[in-house]
Design a protein around this ligand. Sequence first.
Ligand code: SAH
Length: 251
Amino acid sequence: MVHFVGAGPGAKDLITMRGHKYLSEADVIIYAGSLVNEELLKYAKNGAEIHNSAHMTLEEVIEVIKKAEKENKMTVRLHTGDSSIYGAIREQIDILESLNISYDVVPGVSSFCGAAASLNAEYTLPNVSQSVIITRMEGRTSVPERESIRSFASHKSTMVLFLSSSLTEELSKELIEGGYEKDTPVAVVYKATWPEEKIFRCTIETLHQTMTDNNINKTALILVGNFLGNNYERSELYNPKFTHEFREGIK
Ligand code: SAH
């Protein structure tokens, strides 16, 4: 059996209880060493076989799993954050299916949730934005043209940019050309929830300078939008005048 486990954004106590349980029982652990906090490996049992997938190909990962299966061992494949976001689990799942190896997926706290918590922020403020666009700049992995930053920017909704910290000059240009005002607030969260976390606040216009001045070019999320500002409306749900299924509003 293989358990894909979301490790959470970094802090070693932000893994789920189910993820922790599987991690502590695993005979074999394959972890994404470029981003998973190695402190989490302390939850492994004595004698667990540990592999860092940062140095491995998909084929090598599968070989390790196949060998473990043959020996009737349980494998945890530990991915950073939640494996549904840029986690490359689908290609592993399809091979496991073809090999008739059983597996399941344990969700994790994605770094975009960790970053919001670090900022004490809410992405979906009433009358500001009710949508979160999770995307990335095109890198070696291409992004479909219909999903260009420019086209998303025209919605002026909350945007979360993964995998884009080394491309901020182009990013700002695209955001502005797409329709965001230059002074739209931006927050950069480097290593959200790790002990070495850093937060930088700037605007779309000053983003690139902020990244360069602080030497940030990886392991950061770039959050864009007026949810970082001070204007919003309070929620209807907690409005004294609002009646809903569980509460009678005052007249
Ligand atoms: N599955 C992961 C994302 C993997 S893609 C998740 O759910 O978070 C890798 C990118 O995620 C990094 O380039 C960076 O943009 C972002 N990232 C991952 N962990 C992060 C953290 N703790 N703080 C800020 N950004 C992080």
